[in-house]
Design a protein around this ligand. Structure first.
Ligand code: NAP
Length: 239
């Protein structure tokens, strides 16, 4: 790698996002922890510093356009570039693992709207703010943390707000990749599997390291890597 890369990871104060940030930093990439609560971001950074890493923290609420603009401007002011954008921040308001919650017949429209703001519109706004700069610098990697629950090919009931937001994030991944076209800016979506985090719960089958693995691969793809794809375990999966 010719120059030191800069990565911005949203929702990086805990869960899969923190693990992605930690592992990117271990690769020598300058890593920016986006956290909506600055104190939580600083606590995550402190944990990373204890192992000799030097992350930067920006306050970033992906549901707020102003917060996105401010955080992106702050990052460019401080570091001059963003090479890697990991759209990791996400919410799942419908918690039951049985899929009975968030039925399409009862889900509150406001829950759908808010979930879209965080899981879909946030990544859209961040890509709009950062991808043109990536094109100008001739290098960029965007990783959208999606979910198998957004796969149309395997769509079930329940968790309607979450499912819709991730299906739309998948579509956004493809439209953005198509609009960017061939070149060295690569935009991909991935599913981490079922991961032990606050969202995944204690019964989940994967560690955060396993959940982060495909995101790290996509964040550091070589110039001949794919764009506009959907992956789990570093392999393409159905939309
Ligand atoms: P998590 O443990 O619940 O962490 C979510 C992160 O997103 C937290 O840092 C949270 O910050 C942040 N966040 C929420 N709303 C935000 C906002 N408006 N602005 C900025 N940050 C916000 O979730 P996770 O399991 O690590 O999931 C990470 C990603 O993987 C999500 O996109 C999720 O949909 C996806 N995913 C997870 C699983 C799984 O099994 N865990 C499976 C498939 C996909 P606060 O601490 O401030 O709340």
């Amino acid at each position: 790698m010719a120059e030191t890369r800069v990565a911005l990871v949203t929702g990086a104060n805990r869960g899969i996002g923190l693990e992605i940030a930690r592992q990117l930093a271990r690769l020598g990439i300058i890593t920016v922890i986006g956290a909506r609560d600055r104190a939580k971001g600083e606590a995550a950074a402190e944990a990373m510093r204890s192992e000799g890493l030097e992350p930067v923290v920006v306050t970033l609420d992906v549901a707020e356009a102003h917060s996105i603009a401010t955080a992106v401007a702050e990052t460019y002011d401080l570091l001059g570039r963003i090479d890697i954008l990991v759209n990791n921040a996400g919410i799942l308001l419908e918690r039951s693992s049985q899929g009975t919650e968030g039925s399409a017949l009862t889900v509150a429209a406001d829950d759908v709207r808010h979930t879209f703001e965080v899981n879909t519109i946030g990544p859209l706004r961040l890509m709009q703010a950062i991808v043109p700069e990536m094109q100008a610098q001739g290098y960029g990697r965007v990783v959208n943390l999606s979910s198998g629950m957004g796969q149309l090919s395997d769509m079930g009931g329940g968790h309607t707000a979450y499912r819709l937001s991730k299906t739309a994030l998948n579509a956004l991944t493809r439209t953005a990749a198509a609009d960017v076209g061939a070149g060295n800016v690569k935009i991909n979506a991935m599913c981490p599997g079922w991961v032990k985090t606050d969202m995944g719960g204690p019964g989940a089958t994967r560690t955060v390291a396993e959940g982060a693995d495909t995101a790290l691969w996509l964040a550091t793809l070589g110039d001949d890597g794919p764009s506009g794809g959907f992956f789990r375990d570093r392999k393409p999966i159905a939309w």
